[in-house]
Design a protein. Sequence first.
Lengths: 156, 127
Amino acid sequence: MRWARRAIGLIALGLVLSGCPLQWQRITVNETINPEDVTFIRAGETTLSEVVAKLGAPDMISDTRGGAVARYQFRDVKYFRVNFGYAVKYFTPPGVPDDMVLAGGGTGTHEFQVVFDANWVVQYHAFARHLSASRYRLWPFDTWPNCPCRTPGEEG
Amino acid sequence: MKAHKVIGMAATLILSLALLGGCAFIRGSMGEVIKDEDVAALKKGVTTRAQVASLLGAPERIIEANGHEIFQYYRYDVKSGMILFFSRTNVKGDDLYVMFNKNGVVEEVVFGRRTDRLKFQFWPFGD
């Protein structure tokens, strides 16, 4: 009988989880480049070919007054959703809405830029990091209930 | 066969089906595959703008940078996995830049392939 109970428990767990009210979703575009990956770059010495040989082709090349800019971009999107009305659907009549959803997320960006002179030699390079925006959020509002304070992570 | 073995096998089968019911693998792409042999056929100082267009087709973008005309070709590949309440979508792109001199002849070829490292994943945490 112990086997039967375990089997029924496993089946019930599987069926419940297969329609679970929780969702963690993530989308990543391209690959991150870390500071240690670009230590070989020397302003006034390193060429476009050498940069490409180590880092691959950039996602974008654009022109500026100061020279051409090669941009390597990374995107990270995180999204979390919970439906507190999930269990209610077993008790409500058909056609009655039963969703009570809280959800939140964010898109983080990360970019590495290399600026070249007219001979395609590196003038300078820099990172633009905004990855902290990418996070799973349960609470989508600006303040907690009965509290005028801002939610954690929203300061500044 | 003993009863508990039959129940165990049935439970495993039903559990597998239940789990697979919340499971999806999705694949998508944008643009044509940039073939290595086509890239290798671009010869610096020899291949002209018209020959590049004939070989690879019209570029997705034409850029002016550092006084050079640049043809940009790109392709994106998407792999998405979902199991139960976890899902992850990965996107990577291949980029080809062909730079021409003032006479419209290839001066530099820059190619990077990332799609060969694209993986199916479902776990949304970590790197």
